[in-house]
Ligand binder design. Sequence first.
Ligand code: PA5
Length: 484
Amino acid sequence: MAARYDDLDWCEQHRLRLDYSYVMEEMIGTPVGVSRRELADAATRLAAIDARVRAEHQVGVLGFMDLPTAMTAAVPHLVETADRLAAAGDAHVVLGIGGSYLGARALFEALAHPYHNELPREERQGRPRLYFAGNGMDTDALRGLLDRLPTRPGAEPGGRFTINVISKSGETLETALAFRLLRQRAEQVWGAEAREAIVATTDAARGRLRDLATAAGYESFEIPDNVGGRYSVLTAVGLLPAVVVGIDIAELLAGARYMAGLCAASDPYLNPAYLLAILHTLMYRQKGRTISVFAAWSPRLEAVGLWYDQLLAESLGKDGIGPTPLTVVNSRELHSRGQQHQEGAHDKLITNVVVAEPDREHVVLPEVPGDADGLNYLAGRTLHAGQQAAIEATAFAYRRAGRPTLDITLPTVRPFTVGQLIYLLELTTVVDGWLLGVNPLDQPGVEAYKNFMFGLLERPDAPQFARYRAALTAAGLRPDEFRW
Ligand code: PA5
């Protein structure tokens, strides 16, 4: 049976829109606005970048570009495993950190019911509650989760909790510690049968998690070698947790494929990733916009913003440069950060991520006798109309103050549009990196704290950790003089 996204008209109706009027000089003035000449000059640099995208994709460096098509073949298997896990347990715990966490959380928050975990099982269509752990080492957070999980075997269907441990390296301490503790709980409760409740997502061959999964006989999924953690949301890393809670991952991948098609254009004015990257780079390099604000106009998109924070920070924050990402949710943050964004330092490019139509039925404001709250002037209008007025008013207020904003509009929040957004931001970030002259695919800085942490914890399996410990001890920790 043909899916909706096989219909090109439907796809076009659900295409993301990009509006860059309010970064242009003729709308926001000089010196911050981009002139048509600046845009055209910057666009000429894209021919070389386009050739590089094609060449590096060809040799397999940009593995994330293959996922929308490649992972479509894996959907039936992911669905089968997800159904098995959903039948086994009413709580599903996803363990992972960074790129092994934020994508799955972004999909869950954007595409599941906003109160998924609070719904009764029937209203969740039999899908489990979803919890995230292994993304820190806070005792209260982990204890709090353990308090929620069964301590005795339950006879009722779905009485188990299930675990998906995700780590590309298979070595990450935060995730490994949480896995040890949750695995122990599962084994205490169900003995050898716990094996059925655990799946692992990791490298195909390397790392302790791969060895452990093989030895224990856990079902496992692979993260391709050429897909870095922060680019891995469209592998099993993001797809399996999503399908466990019932998200349509075939549609998600179709959305990403559709955007990949749009981003195949060489002309930067036709290719939204190239256009965004040009504007980002002009704003950063020439207009002093060193802070990149992801302004989500729906709380459902907040975690997409947090996912993008990592994508941008790890891809571009190196060699002493790179914009600083910041996620806000509006209109909530208009009442906290709004003052600064309107009148503070001129260092921000704000990208509004806007939802054109809600997924659910409109809320129409009722007329109330007496009008005690003075809101009858809005009676008969929708809540969404209020939201649209806030979006336009904010953008205009920023425009008048010479504060540049870009708008990315999702026709509605659904797998097809979120898939487009993910692919668009991934490719844009790679191009951002190349335009800035940094490698958007590595993250050498992430290792520094780990080396000193393993030194402090006296990790025994590699001599380098003793050297880090020695360096730290020789430097001396914090002197008493500066304590209060
Ligand atoms: O993007 C990255 O590579 C990192 O943020 C990793 O995703 C993060 O450090 C977790 O690593 P791993 O998946 O190896 O546990």
